[in-house]
Design a binder for this molecule. Sequence first.
Ligand SMILES: Cc1ncc(COP(=O)(O)O)c(C=O)c1O
Length: 410
Amino acid sequence: MKHWVKRTHKELDQIISTALDRNVSYSKNVCLGVPASVLDQHVFYEHAAFLKDAPLLRAYVQNPNHIGCHTFGDSEPFFEGTHELEKEVIELLCVDIFKAQDHSCDGYVASGGTEANIQAAWIYRNYFISRHGAKQSDIALLSSSDTHYSVAKAANLLGIDMYSVPVNDNDRVMDEVQLDAVVKRSIENGIRFFIVFCNMGTTMFGSVDDPDVYKRVLDANKIQFKLHVDGAFGGFVYPVSDPVSHLNFANPIVDSITLDAHKMLQAPYGTGIFLARKGLMQHAYTKQASYVSGMDMTLNGSRGGVNAIAIWMILFTYGPFGWLEKINKLLYRTQWICDQLNKMGVVYYRHPKMNIVTIRSRYIIRALADKYKLVPDSHNDDPAWYKIVVMDHVSIDQLQAFIHDLKSGI
Ligand SMILES: Cc1ncc(COP(=O)(O)O)c(C=O)c1O
């Protein structure tokens, strides 16, 4: 690990305080032109005693704006202190978790996985247009049928087609023959460039796609592509649970990655992350953003710097070994419930390195699903599956109670 270490609360507090001090101070400096200030002091009093030991809440009150992408070019100087913390987060994730070379990637803290996925599709659509002279109608999104619906949103917003490849019902693996058929059909429809969304933990199953399958089929069909990894769910689990994974920047076909810190990292909502190899962010540059210092190459405009600080705090509070222990604890609990289901002959899907267990609906009566707040694959039709996501609060005691009720058929 080059950047990821464990730090004490005192160290975190000092570093965040120094970063906040480097940001503009509306009380100490004259600052007339920026439409920004601290949180309203009638409501959120800056000197409240409880803020003393709470650096994240102090950052909330100071309310830094992290508009733009800070790993590339200039940024707003008013908030340069906390921008540094965001840059540290991005470099740590790229290098220490996703095996990139030093300073070879850009990234920013997006509002969530949806935004980060749309950012990826936006960049690649523009990339194919500007670098390869593509027409919008030549470009399509390609992903498995288990892919999150944010990819369909991206297709709709960007006005490009989306091709979905079926997966096997039992193992959730995309069939290479079916993929080839979909690609051939798309070529007949005039598609020449693909934006591939490769899942690192699907929403309903936690299943993980093999990027090499896409490469084999697309190369065989002589089709150019860019590959984005959607790790919104699995991004803080799978790289830890499967150290030989090649869903990372050491794999030359991986161009960019989505993560969600507000899922497995338990950061506040509003903390998605977009990471991309250098040379790509520029394709989302909006030249009309002339009043913003530096270049705005993000889908979001203004965004709270406190979100980046929250991610920074969580990563440095755990350190790499603390995080490994936490993930292993969740995987242990996941294995525990799988063992119980196996003994009962209940059919379910679980990727062996992930913390989601998705049970065939025929074993789950409605009252049981309601009692344990299981999530179905469909709220409209009769569900085929119900999932359990083994988060921090999902203890073996709770799982045991669920198994007990499942056995007694409530
Ligand atoms: C795999 C995957 N991608 C993207 C998203 C969208 O993330 P968000 O809800 O943070 O926008 C989700 C959310 O569940 C997801 O599971």
